[in-house]
Design a protein around this ligand. Sequence first.
Ligand code: AHG
Ligand code: MN
Ligand code: MN
Ligand code: MN
Length: 332
Amino acid sequence: NSHPLALSVGVTLDRYIMHRQMAFPYASGDLSQLLRDIALAGKIIHREVNRAGLIDLTGEMGVENVQGESQQKLDMIADIRFYRALRNGGEACAIISEEEEEIIHTGNDNGKYVVAIDPLDGSSNIDVNVSIGTIFSIYRRTTPVGSKATLDDFMQGGRKQVAAGYILYGSSTIMVYTTGHSVNGFTYDASLGEFILSHPDMRSPADGQIYSYNDGYLPEFPDGVQHYLSECRKRRYSARYIGSLVADFHRNLIKGGIYLYPATKKNPEGKLRLLYEAYPLAFIAERAGCLAVSQEHSILDIDPVSLHQRTPLFIGSQTMVEELVSTNSRQP
Ligand code: AHG
Ligand code: MN
Ligand code: MN
Ligand code: MN
């Protein structure tokens, strides 16, 4: 890029986005604005998450979402905050969300982009001060600008994402995203109200020694997966499972490791959702030198068929995912 100094650690997200845009003289700036709108939603959700215990935002709503999960109050709040930020920002014409059964039109029919979101990831950790996150995935719409977006705009496949990212509300809040080139992380400085570049050009170690899965379901995993996990144990790797996909993924990305959520009896298609969990993290993973597969195929090559479809997910360090795939394919 043509502005190396301007993109070093310590610059704000806004400045970073502006300089990246200048490196592409024909870019209209709409995607830049959309990323800023998402960062704004992230700041608002950061605020809600941080004060949730003080103003009765914890606990269940008392209703279920389309997946049959009990919605938490913060699931709903994050969903609404995100929707408002994208509606007010004007660049996204439609949204799909884990918490909404159907496509949501923002009213910005002139917007060029559509966004798939998991507004709050890690529901089971909301009430107990454990890390949670937001995941997003952006496509350029295929329907004509000015018309109403349709489901087809979201069904382009993982390789058609133009940007993807997550915001992790952890011991600090960090936004990590890629527009298909490098992966960069911006830590939130709440005293300034700014995301600051803290993790430039994130590259994951090729191999790792952390494995992450829900051990309660182990007996239901395919034999090959069980065999691979027993190898991890024999090698005295560290077992780490937070139960928030974003947090488990982020740790493994930085330290080297593998996250596994296979198909189980309860969830024969796997639990995680393709469009707003697996695709965006797979897009980031591949840009950071990791692999993301379902059985043996890349997650990004799965054909999308429905809005809330699920997939098994194995994601993390290249060497670990390759070993898992070969172990799994050797089992009957
Ligand atoms: P969400 O909170 O968005 O519904 O996602 C929950 C997901 C994911 O965050 C996590 O890795 C996984 O569910 C944990 O599932 P188990 O409790 O079955 O291990
Ligand atoms: Mn949920
Ligand atoms: Mn989730
Ligand atoms: Mn969620």
